[in-house]
Write a protein that binds this ligand. Structure first.
Ligand code: RNT
Ligand code: ZN
Length: 417
């Protein structure tokens, strides 16, 4: 796309949005302050760098065998930097504990320390990236069906130790980067068939969490992620919605909304305003569930767009950490990053361009037709010209221009793996 065309289109779009009371220049500035937390695990199919990494377990699964998976820390870092070079703005990177720089050593999960993440901190500082963190309960000989809710004391203590260490690591990361490291805690705990000891498992899970959170930190923030079910864990999930919401509300923890973790017709966007009245902040794992928590690449579809609109309408951009969480191994993985990240940003841009004052006035005055009409009209306003300008001024390829860049990287780098 020619720079001149982008600029001309933007000028027209600016005039059009001014007619409905929206200042697109201000919206562009707001976009610069909207940072995604890019999930590191799309690059390598959630394998990580433990030397004996086996099959992915814990009720999650990547499907597809597209060539080019990142096989080690250097490849993963190179892929992330390449992806970030095609995504406008500055972003965070969300690490899982299994992505430590273990240098080929077998470091069990209850032995990890900040030393295994020091090279990540150095790399992130050098590349102007802030880090977030996750404990990892899956893909381990002790994962089984139950981790933090396991009645076997030895196994439960192992995962408590792991999670405590993760919080200590997150604290050090936060300190080093001068900005809180957001640590998500999701465990896969559940069971495939009818379960009769639900109360016991959830009580143990709660006790584990109380012990894990007993240490107070200044430079990290805790979030907890609920889920409806996992593959092979269909009948029971310890960390169900009620369990996690209850825990977060009682303990003022950040609640993680993973958009794939509810019943298919449940509206994740509607949770934003409810939860923000009871918990300090929200973490998001934005994904695209196709029929279930399938972790398809995020696109601009209603669930993502409505989520962004609800955040903006609640004036809560500074209380929401916007992470992505999908893993698609059936297409170019780098392309998957860029499509999903750009779709999330485009959705947020549309939310910021919404004529919210007009819509609220209509609503306040019972003008239902006018409200619905404006909501329809905003869909075809020239938001894409604003988006193109955002890409241009951020120095990243505009429109389809990022496709050949990824193709070239595939030819030169990922296809040779
Ligand atoms: C699983 C959860 C969890 C994971 C990542 C790898 O259903 O969504 O967040 O996807 O932590
Ligand atoms: Zn998630």
């Amino acid at each position: 796309m020619k720079t001149k065309t982008i600029r001309q289109a933007y000028e027209l779009a600016r005039e059009r949005y001014a007619e409905i009371g929206i200042d697109t220049d201000k919206v562009l500035d707001k976009m610069d302050n909207f940072h995604l937390s890019l999930h590191c695990w799309q690059a390598d199919d959630v394998v990580g760098f433990e030397p004996k990494a086996g099959a992915l377990s814990g009720g999650i699964q990547t499907t597809g065998n597209y060539p080019g998976r990142a096989r080690n820390i250097n490849e993963l870092r190179a892929d992330i930097l390449k992806a970030l070079s095609l995504i406008p703005g500055t972003h965070r990177l969300n690490l899982h504990a299994i992505y430590g720089d273990f240098k080929g050593e077998a470091v069990d999960r209850d032995q990890i320390t900040i030393e295994h993440f020091q090279s990540w901190i150095d790399w992130a500082l050098a590349n102007n990236i802030k880090l977030d963190f996750n404990s990892s309960s899956f893909s381990h000989p002790k994962s089984g069906d139950l981790s933090l809710s396991n009645p076997d004391n030895e196994i439960r203590r192992f995962w408590i130790e792991h999670t405590k260490r993760c919080r200590a690591i997150a604290e050090e990361i936060g300190k080093a980067q001068g900005d809180p490291c957001i640590m998500n805690l999701w465990v896969h705990d559940g069971s495939k068939d009818i379960t009769v000891n639900r109360y016991l498992y959830r009580k143990l899970f709660k006790e584990s969490l109380d012990e894990i959170f007993a240490t107070k930190y200044e430079n990290m923030k805790d979030c907890l992620e609920s889920k409806t079910f996992g593959i092979g864990l269909e009948s029971f999930t310890s960390g169900s919605l009620e369990f996690v919401v209850g825990y977060c509300v009682e303990n003022k923890k950040i609640y993680t909304i993973d958009t794939g973790h509810y019943h298919p017709l449940e509206d994740a966007a509607d949770k934003v305003s409810s939860m923000l009245l009871y918990v300090p902040e929200l973490m998001l794992h934005v994904t695209r569930g196709v029929r279930w928590d399938s972790d398809h690449v995020t696109i601009m579809e209603d669930p993502t767009m409505n989520l962004c609109k609800e955040i903006v309408r609640a004036d809560a951009l500074d209380r929401v950490h916007f992470g992505l969480d999908y893993f698609d191994a059936s297409i170019n993985r780098l392309g998957a990053y860029v499509i999903g990240a750009r779709a999330a940003q485009q959705s947020m841009l549309c939310a910021l361009l919404e004529p919210i004052d007009t819509l609220r006035t209509h609503e306040d005055n019972g003008r239902g037709f006018q409200r619905l009409a404006m909501l329809e009209i905003e869909k075809s306003l020239p938001w894409s010209a604003v988006w193109d300008m955002y890409c241009l001024r951020s120095g990243v390829p505009v429109g389809e221009a990022y496709i050949p860049v990824i193709e070239q990287y595939e030819t030169e780098v990922t296809s040779k793996r």
